[in-house]
Design a protein around this ligand. Structure first.
Ligand SMILES: C=CC1=C(C)c2cc3[nH]c(cc4nc(cc5[nH]c(cc1n2)c(C)c5CCC(=O)O)C(CCC(=O)O)=C4C)c(C)c3C=C
Ligand SMILES: [Fe+2]
Length: 416
């Protein structure tokens, strides 16, 4: 992060100025440095532009670290909510470009005021930082006059069999997903956005994640989750021809303000890894439906071979068990439903019995959770052999609006 403040430009109202042509085209927020053609299309030098048709942090390559935060909006007006989203967009655009969160750097600006940036990212590159904003169902209640703007796809998630949700880990009016290859950068982003929101929105719950459990481009090696299995082999990826149709809300899908957006579902899933670690390799592979070494389906082939659920072995038993995770999650079992998974491992310390509070912070993006996440999760919740080793303790659903531009902050379409 560099400290090249742009005195003279105030954070609030910049969008208006840019829209009116007062700030030069492409310079909104004073971050001309990143709005070069290379940086805005290629993610060169670890920069994924904040501005764009769709938000970054979805189909852009999954980074190694996550800080996810859910917020409750305080007792503020509709205008103040709009200003918060402007201020967040301004800061997010700067931080993803490698700049400080505010006009002034952490070590300059008015000496008698708190600095505009907290400072821990000074001298660090953005390391692929993406900041992705989402709106929870609560934002569309009576407080801000947004009831008529709620997309039908932004459902209240149903109760799934076996759910053990903890109140404090569920829901939220707003969410921010910050991903980077440097944990300090992801934390810096959430910390500064929370600071900026002071008095307007308050953290409800948050989650740190390490070790991506998905690949979102073919160039990435498939990582492993805390069960030790490759995770993300059959994920939707940027190169897939159908990816856009599966994850972006299309014209006519719902309210126009969501076109080019997506729906994020998060599930905090505890994994009882101590029990798993005492389980035979045969049982572990039966539960997943793939082998542990290569990640190949138990029906045969190599990692990227499509599973064949019809193949049987001894005593005519299917090689991929009827209750195996990959069978129950596969599009073939779910009327073709797919999703883009973008989750992370977590370890939140340990309990009194000396067991790690470990698991997978599952995140997925899709065009419509009613036909994608929900039926797949229902099928898993009912029959997945993995249920013996996992427990869903947190949950969230958020409408992720299309990307911001230099004259339209995130969610601008909501207030039109
Ligand atoms: C509702 C969606 C899903 C939840 C929740 C979920 C939890 C979960 N998954 C693993 C480990 C693996 N999942 C794998 C594949 C896979 N999982 C889902 C969906 C959910 N998983 C899908 C759609 C798929 C792809 C199915 C397919 O098309 O074949 C795999 C296999 C490798 C891979 O393809 O990624 C593993 C391993 C854990 C540990 C977990 C909760 C803790
Ligand atoms: Fe899975």
């Amino acid at each position: 992060m560099t400290d090249d403040a742009k005195p003279g430009l105030s954070r609030r109202g910049l969008f208006g100025l840019a829209g009116a042509g007062v700030v030069g085209a492409g310079i909104g927020f004073g971050v001309d440095r990143v709005l070069t053609p290379e940086a805005s299309t290629s993610g060169a030098a670890g920069v994924y532009p904040f501005f764009g048709e769709n938000q970054a942090g979805i189909v852009t390559p999954a980074q190694d670290r996550l800080h996810f935060a859910s917020f409750d909006v305080s007792d503020i007006s509709r205008n103040e909510l709009q200003e918060l989203l402007e201020d967040w967009s301004y800061a997010a655009n700067r931080m993803t470009s490698g700049l400080g969160a505010g006009e002034f750097g952490p070590a300059d600006g008015p000496y008698d005021s708190p600095p505009d940036d907290t400072g821990e990212a000074l001298d660090l590159p953005p390391a692929g930082l993406t900041i992705t904003f989402g709106f929870g169902p609560g934002l569309f209640d009576e407080r801000f006059g947004l009831g008529g703007k709620r997309p039908e796809a932004l459902i209240d998630l149903p109760h799934f069999p076996g759910d053990a949700l903890i109140d404090g880990l569920v829901g939220g009016d707003l969410c921010i997903q910050a991903c980077s290859d440097d944990p300090q950068i992801a934390v810096h982003a959430i910390r500064n956005l929370s600071r900026i929101a002071f008095g307007r929105a308050k953290l409800r719950w948050s989650q740190l994640g390490f070790g991506r459990t998905s690949s979102t481009t073919r160039a990435q090696v498939t990582p492993r989750n805390l069960f030790g299995f490759k995770d993300g082999t059959a994920n939707l990826r940027a190169e897939d021809t159908n990816v856009g149709k599966e994850i972006w809300a299309q014209n006519g899908d719902g309210p126009a303000w969501m076109t080019g957006g997506s729906y994020l579902v998060s599930r905090k899933i505890r994994m009882t890894i101590e029990t798993w670690d005492r389980t035979s390799l045969r049982e572990q592979e039966r539960v997943i439906g793939r082998n542990k070494g290569e990640g190949a389906p138990l029906s045969g082939g190599t990692e990227f071979t499509e599973p064949d659920f019809a193949v049987t072995g001894r005593a005519d038993a299917p090689l991929i068990d009827e209750t195996a995770h990959v069978r129950l999650a596969h599009p073939e079992t779910n009327s073709g439903a797919t999703m883009l998974r973008r989750g992370y491992n977590f370890v939140d310390g340990n309990d009194d019995l000396g067991r790690l509070n470990a698991g997978l912070f599952f995140i997925c993006f899709q065009r419509d959770p009613r036909t994608q996440f929900v039926p797949v999760q229902l099928s898993l919740a009912r029959n997945d052999a993995m249920n013996e080793y996992v427990r869903h303790v947190g949950s969230g659903i958020f409408a992720v609006p299309p990307g911001a531009t230099s004259d339209r902050p995130i969610g601008a379409g909501l207030f039109g």
